[in-house]
Design a protein around this ligand. Structure first.
Ligand code: ADP
Ligand code: ZN
Length: 653
């Protein structure tokens, strides 16, 4: 008999201790009694050091080595680093309803067919050679592939994948969202038809479970999936690729563990002793810093394929040139449409107008819960006109009479994507009455299949303008696009967050990279009130290294990441007093700890969301700080409130 620690998926327990026969091993799937029920659990440790009374015996070993031990180490690392319970980690890591009475239906892949690679240019060849050399050594190594948009990063991924497959190994490719990266997926499918599988968010639970088992059995050689795919057991895994490593959708925001899939991927590579490749045109500052510090190996692709020119970028100073779409942008759009080319317009705000106000008495329509201005949405697609809160989703019908002074002259101020859609449609139809504008934002993407319809309409040339929020900044390749217009570059700049410059630079650079990818050269016009701000200036120059050089001293000075690590504690609850009381009591528990700088408790930027009050405490620790010292937070029972822990938060408000 041995004393073992078992984690049970979907429980808020960390681990439970049982007696088991000596034959039990780490990663085994076991059946255990828990109160009056039978549960499946995974063996995490076969030597328990926990002090527990009345230890029960496990009932059965269902499968030896259900998960390989490097993965168990990875899951343990996640629980430690992101300050979460093992039960919460396993909820993400293994399918719901692990076993059913029936064997999962066998999903068989087609035989592998590999197409001819392209001839790499010298920069691609250098990266490929270096990565292949590391693959051959079969040791851990992380590469950062910094390549401007259109420089051929995907081809590097493909040739490294080819190399691994030729030796019988397997490759895991993480992408921000499948529907946003159809191109990458198509290119993998085209090159390696047969043994490629993608994990879509549209799979239902049964399909998801079948796919999980098929991958675990080794049915597929190339697995492409979103952030949660980083947990899947893949036998013979030799390479993990993280495309667009800077993308925020790699971070889990909603539930514990609030992990970042890129960082988990790098840790996985380390534990499995394999190679990780991170790619981006706008690396997260931390990643580039790791490359500069020698932790990652850097490869730079700084030319577009065929020496295609980067688009010429011009600023439009909104202090001098007025209008939602200034006359210069309007003229440029018309010229592009006259030439039968295409335009992408980017504005990071949904709806028609962000403010509804009364010019007579100053009334502004606000959310009764959050107190923030309500956004006016025009009616469309069976949805009625509404005023809605983008923070808490509160919604009410539109008003046409001022509730304060009863006048009917309400003003819709500011512009969201719906208003720009109207304006842009008028502009293009003056050139060509049949010209069309398509829009892509979350209101559109909510409807199943709509995203694909919009993108394919634009791809086929049925529309000459694609207008949207950050959804349009992703890695699309539309050869017809010769103009990108950034309607308002300043929207992200004003967030009270240390990443606001980085976000601004990334979004503008990414969307600018959509211009001039075909035969004809491209242009980008950026409308801004702050043409001198360095993030906006560097994005005009398309110069990431320069932006990095400007940004790093700011971070160092303020001791923000990468020069420290942040841990955000958010306390929320319905009773305002108890939220503050709990927040202060948590802060008081933290204060005696050495090596932890504490900021707050403070009001969150969105202090009231629906019935919740939200307060946060920000902790700054050294990068070498051991998170186990904060583990006591997990057992803190805040009365009447919830405590959320976010390690390495992407947003700090
Ligand atoms: P990125 O991923 O860096 O934005 P892509 O990999 O999409 O760039 O490459 C841009 C375009 O160049 C694609 O159409 C791709 O097929 C083509 N391409 C990439 N590498 C080569 C190469 N070595 N020779 C010819 N064409 C290439
Ligand atoms: Zn609200």
């Amino acid at each position: 008999m041995v004393k073992i620690d078992v984690a049970i998926p979907k429980t808020r327990f960390d681990m439970l201790t049982y007696d088991a026969p000596d034959t039990v091993g780490v990663g085994d799937l076991v059946q255990v009694p828990l109160r009056d029920a039978e549960k499946y659990g995974i063996v995490i440790r076969t030597y328990s050091s926990r002090k527990v009374k009345h230890i029960k015996k496990i009932h059965d070993i269902i499968e030896h080595q259900f998960l390989p031990s490097p993965l168990i180490q990875l899951y343990s690392w996640i629980a430690d680093y992101y300050l979460a319970h093992m039960g919460e980690v396993l909820r993400l890591a293994i399918p719901q309803k692990i076993l059913r009475r029936h064997e999962p239906t066998l999903q068989r892949a087609e035989p592998l067919v590999v197409r001819e690679p392209l001839i790499p240019n010298p920069a691609q060849a250098a990266a490929i050679q270096d990565i292949q050399a590391a693959l051959k050594q079969r040791t851990y190594g992380t590469f950062l592939l910094y390549g401007i948009t259109g420089s051929g990063k995907t081809e590097v991924y493909l040739q490294c994948t080819d190399n691994v497959l030729a030796r019988g190994g397997r490759v895991l490719v993480l992408v921000p969202e499948i529907s946003m990266t159809p191109l990458l997926f198509d290119r993998f499918k085209e090159r390696f038809s047969g043994r490629v599988i993608t994990i879509h968010s549209s799979l239902n639970q049964t399909q998801r479970r079948n796919v999980w088992y098929a991958i675990k059995r080794g049915e597929y050689d190339v697995i492409i999936g979103p952030r949660s795919a980083v947990f899947i057991p893949v036998p013979g895994l030799e390479l993990v690729i993280v495309d667009e490593e800077h993308d925020h959708s790699y971070k889990e925001h909603e539930r514990a563990p609030r992990y970042h899939a890129r960082d988990v991927a790098v840790m996985r590579a380390r534990l499995e002793n394999i190679v990780a490749v991170l790619g981006s045109a706008t690396p997260q500052i931390e990643s580039y810093h790791n490359a500069m510090a020698g932790k990652y190996r850097l490869h730079t692709l700084d030319q577009r394929i065929d020496a295609k020119a980067l688009p010429g970028i011009q600023m439009i100073d909104l202090r001098k040139e007025k209008g939602y779409l200034s006359p210069r942008l309007e003229r440029s759009i018309q010229e592009v449409v006259e030439r039968n080319e295409q335009v992408i317009l980017f504005l990071n705000r949904r709806g028609f107008a962000p403010h509804l106000m009364c010019p007579s008495c100053g009334f502004v329509a606000k959310c009764p819960y959050c107190g923030l201005p309500l956004v006016y949405h025009k009616p469309e697609q069976k949805r009625r006109a509404s005023l809605s809160c983008h923070i808490c989703k509160y919604k009410r019908e539109k008003i046409s009479i001022c509730p304060q002074c009863s006048r009917t002259t309400l003003l819709y101020r500011g512009a969201g994507t719906q208003r720009i859609e109207e304006i842009a449609t008028r502009i293009v139809q003056r050139v060509n009455p049949t010209a069309a504008v398509v829009r892509l934002d979350r209101d559109i993407a909510r409807k199943k299949g709509r995203t694909e319809t919009v993108l394919s309409a634009f791809q086929q040339g049925e529309a000459c303008v694609l207008l949207g929020t950050q959804l349009v900044t992703k890695g699309f390749h539309f050869p017809g696009v010769t103009l990108v217009g950034v309607v308002n570059a300043d929207l992200m700049l004003h967030l009270p967050d240390f990443r606001s410059s980085e976000r601004t630079f990334q979004l503008i650079t990414q969307v600018a990279g959509r211009s001039g990818r075909g035969e004809r050269p491209g242009t980008v016009l950026i409308q801004t009130y702050h043409p001198d701000q360095y993030a906006i200036m560097c994005s005009q120059l398309q110069d990431y290294p320069k932006f990095y050089a400007e940004e790093v001293p700011v971070r160092r000075e303020l001791r923000f990441p990468p020069f420290s690590r942040l841990i955000l504690l958010r306390i929320k609850g319905t009773n305002e007093d108890s939220v503050w009381r709990e927040a202060r009591s948590i802060a008081a528990k933290l204060r005696p700890l050495s090596g932890v700088q504490i900021f707050g408790p403070n009001r969150s930027l969105y202090y009231r969301v629906r019935k919740y009050h939200r307060v946060f405490i920000l902790l700054k620790v050294a990068r070498t700080y051991r998170h186990s010292r904060l583990r006591f937070l997990l057992s803190h029972r805040a009365k009447g409130c919830a405590l959320e822990i976010d390690v390495d938060p992407l947003e700090t408000f």
